[in-house]
Design a protein. Structure first.
Length: 75
């Protein structure tokens, strides 16, 4: 990792000029009422995000019969 960092010209310790928001699948799982249309779903998701120029959605998939899938179903 240090070799790769050495090859970069960008200052990796600098903070971004504008805030970056990262959210994961828990945002979707926590929705109690699912809208009937995708437009309603998208509006609900985007209205729950804080103001930020950059938003990253981190999602994951679980293999069938995996421990992670069982944990997810348990929630």
């Amino acid at each position: 990792m240090h070799c790769i960092e050495f090859l970069t010209e960008e200052d990796l310790t600098a903070l971004p000029e504008s805030p970056v928001h990262i959210t994961d699948y828990a945002l979707f799982e926590g929705m109690v009422h699912l809208p009937e249309t995708f437009d309603g779903f998208a509006s609900s998701v985007f209205s729950s995000l804080p103001a930020s120029e950059t938003v990253h959605f981190a999602t994951d998939t679980y293999l069938e019969n995996s421990v992670k899938q069982l944990e997810c179903k348990g929630r």
